[in-house]
Design a protein around this ligand. Structure first.
Ligand code: FES
Length: 123
């Protein structure tokens, strides 16, 4: 980390971000959210690439997949962001849209060091 044209921003302390939760910071280019899910930290711009909804109004979750009657099977164990407006889903692992992988969430480098969660955002 520490590239030219990028700045590290403290999002919160490690103990302020529990599993399954998110934290937001405001930046002059918009909101950036950091999520802890399945032990992984992911930082995204809190803006859907379709029409601009705030993605982190809904929690990260697994998806369901087609299955037999009276059974519920879960897919995407690593979780998806689901847009609250039109319900497009984005894979937490790489930010790609499940329906159209050409659409991707804007992601940022994030690290947990010294009890702090830091995200690197372009200036
Ligand atoms: S604004 Fe997100 S799916 Fe439409």
């Amino acid at each position: 980390m520490g590239k030219i044209g990028m700045t590290l921003h403290q999002v919160c302390t490690s103990d302020e971000l529990a599993e399954g939760q998110h934290r937001l910071i405001s930046h002059h280019k918009g909101e950036v959210g950091v999520v802890r899910y399945n032990g992984r930290l992911v930082a995204i711009r809190n803006k859907c690439p379709h029409a601009g909804a705030q993605l982190l109004l809904k929690p990260v979750r697994r998806t369901t997949v087609s299955s037999c009657p009276h059974q519920i099977e879960l897919g995407y164990q690593d979780g998806v962001f689901t847009c609250p407006w039109h319900h497009w889903e984005f894979d937490l692992r790489d930010g790609s849209c499940l329906a159209d992988p050409r659409l991707k969430l804007e992601r940022f480098p994030v690290e947990e060091t010294g009890g702090k969660i830091l995200v690197e955002i372009p200036d």
